[in-house]
Design a binder for this molecule. Structure first.
Ligand SMILES: C[S@@+](CC[C@H](N)C(=O)[O-])C[C@H]1O[C@@H](n2cnc3c(N)ncnc32)[C@H](O)[C@@H]1O
Length: 300
């Protein structure tokens, strides 16, 4: 159970809300509840005659959100956002007016030392958003062929030292299987040549990102969601997606190019302004794109 209040600061809140065009009485989906900041704003915007369907893969986020947002017009579902149609079916809702996806990791997950997301935690290198589903990262790291590990680290982390890192993992795990996030972060750092001047980010950042994306099939979920969401939006209904790296942003940009389905509302992605950047460093890499479902698109 998640007993602590959320420590997550929502990114681009005003911009996302404006692009979604949410008004009183609307029914909307927040596909990534996280710390509940966006969901709270959406709930106030739709008011007592509207509804927010709040989804997250992480049971801890659902648990925390259900307590923090009690009394607001919000229904909760622990699910993958690629299954929005099934979640809506269960609530007997045909179509909604808007969907928000704010993809990736929350600060609450990062702060939980048992989940494997932070480099200095002794907990297992798990990296799953839903700890009850799929394989934890430590198991993948201990069993996968070094060539496949290198491919994952290169493709999803855009890490140019991927082969060196995979070779090092293979050598170390022969003696002692990898288990904690801290051990793994040290191992990765030791495989990378020292940089001068030192890099701004931890040397294991890209490798952790790559494994997290692989373990949670993040790009696959986003690809499927982008295809399925328009089938459950009313004509003129809107989708806004906040992404944090170029692989995700590219998928969103490509999907919104399909003029039969979408009228794009953001020619270039919306980014955080100076005040938000100063207050919330995590907003640095956030990119927000939004689009409106065309009337011509036929869900069938
Ligand atoms: C950046 S946080 C969202 C923060 C939230 N918008 C707020 O204002 O606090 C991303 C959340 O999305 C969840 N998530 C990531 N991929 C998901 C997926 N495919 N389906 C459902 N939830 C997902 C994560 O568990 C995490 O809680």
């Amino acid at each position: 159970m998640a007993h602590h209040p959320s420590v997550h600061t929502s990114v681009l809140p005003a911009e996302a809300l404006a692009l979604l065009g949410v008004r009183a009485g609307m029914r909307v989906v927040d596909g990534t509840l996280g710390g509940g900041g966006h969901a709270r704003l959406l709930a106030h915007a739709v008011g007592p005659h509207g509804l927010v369907v709040a989804i997250d893969r992480d049971p801890a986020a659902i648990d925390r959100g259900a307590r923090a947002l009690a009394g607001l017009p919000v229904r909760f579902a622990q699910a993958n956002y690629r299954d929005i149609p099934e979640v809506l079916d269960a609530l007997s809702i045909d179509a909604v007016d808007a969907v928000l996806l704010d993809v990736g990791l929350s600060s609450d997950q990062l702060a939980d030392r048992d989940r494997g997301f932070s480099f200095d935690a002794d907990g297992p290198l798990d990296l799953r958003f839903d700890p009850t589903e799929g394989e934890p990262a430590w198991r993948i790291v201990n069993r996968m062929r070094p060539e496949s590990l290198a491919d994952i680290i290169f493709e999803f982390g855009e890490e140019r030292h991927s082969r060196r890192i995979a070779r090092k993992i293979a050598a170390v795990r022969e003696k002692q299987p990898v288990h904690s996030a801290r051990e793994f972060a040290r191992l990765v750092a030791s495989a990378i040549p020292r940089q001068h001047p030192p890099a701004r980010i931890h040397p294991a950042t890209r490798t952790f990102q790559a494994l997290r994306i692989a373990v949670n099939e993040e790009l696959k979920s986003l690809r499927i969601a982008l295809e399925r969401i328009p089938t459950r939006l009313v004509p003129g209904g809107r989708l806004a997606v906040i992404s944090f790296h170029s692989l995700e942003d590219r998928l969103v940009k490509q999907a919104f190019r399909n003029a039969q389905v979408w009228e794009c509302l953001t020619r270039s992605p919306v980014e955080a302004g100076p005040a938000e950047l100063a207050a919330n460093p995590r907003s640095r890499s956030a990119r927000l794109r939004a689009a409106r479902r065309t009337a011509a698109f036929s869900p069938g």
